[in-house]
Design a protein. Structure first.
Length: 254
């Protein structure tokens, strides 16, 4: 069963619309009810026998992908009339927004196809703790068996640029061959964030972002203090709730 609040929040956070020209688009304004209606609309495209009441939790990401595709289509259609194609010799001048949305649609289609092929294979070969050849069943996410067999996601945090009150970071994309993606989380603190012996995130650490778009692997942390030592961490999480964590230290400039 898909929960209204968590599913809508998941969809909203996963939309790849972060662009100065896109966020001012009037068609970008979707209410929570609008997003929920879209989710219900696209569910039969994944499986005609599913509804929000019987949709399997371990297939939730497929519904999110199809809903994203529908939203991008609506935004592309909404933007097209305002920017008609115009002949310029042998060239056609295309609207930036329309092309942006169509690019996002193509990206979602590729991701959906790849994820569905992996899901239908119904297995991932685990090499964790010497369990070579053991099967991690796609249909049994969240189970102790899958958790015990699966490998933790691997993530490597990179510091790309440091300013007086911000830092630009990037990390590697989640490897879908080892499991199904859940989220990236970004933390910042003036003290160490991850305790590997307790396997916990410090309560003092501030979560500045939770990203549901698997392709978004860059982020700018803002509102930092000048000339201050900070710890930055990125957490990559799969649907089994296994987490990979990478942490770096930086000093903001004066």
């Amino acid at each position: 069963m898909l929960d209204y609040q968590s599913t809508v929040e998941y969809l909203r956070k996963s939309l790849a619309l972060k662009d100065p020209q896109i966020e001012t688009d009037e068609a970008y304004k979707f209410t929570d009810d609008d997003l929920w209606d879209i989710i219900q609309l696209v569910i039969p495209n994944h499986n005609p026998s599913y509804t929000v009441e019987n949709f399997p939790e371990n297939e939730k990401y497929f519904a999110i992908l199809l809903a994203k595709k529908e939203i991008y289509y609506r935004l592309a259609v909404a933007s097209a009339p305002f920017y008609p194609l115009q002949a310029e010799g042998a060239e056609l001048r295309k609207d930036y927004r329309f092309e942006h949305y169509m690019s996002l649609i193509r990206r979602v289609e590729v991701e959906y196809t790849q994820m569905w092929e992996q899901f239908n294979s119904n297995r991932v070969i685990s090499t964790e703790n010497g369990n070579v050849g053991d099967l991690i069943l796609r249909s049994k996410h969240f189970t102790p068996r899958n958790y015990n067999l699966a490998s933790k996601p691997t993530v490597e945090l990179n510091i790309d640029a440091v300013g007086s009150n911000s830092v630009d970071i990037s990390w590697n994309k989640f490897d879908t061959s080892t499991g199904m993606f859940c989220s990236y989380s970004i933390y910042v603190s003036e003290n160490p964030i991850y305790d590997e012996y307790e396997d916990t995130i410090s309560k003092e650490a501030k979560k500045v972002a939770e990203i549901k778009d698997i392709h978004r692997t860059k982020f700018r942390i803002k509102d930092l203090n000048p000339n201050t030592h900070y710890y930055i961490a990125v957490v990559s999480e799969d649907l089994n709730k296994l987490k990979g964590i990478s942490e770096q230290e930086i000093d903001t400039t004066l």
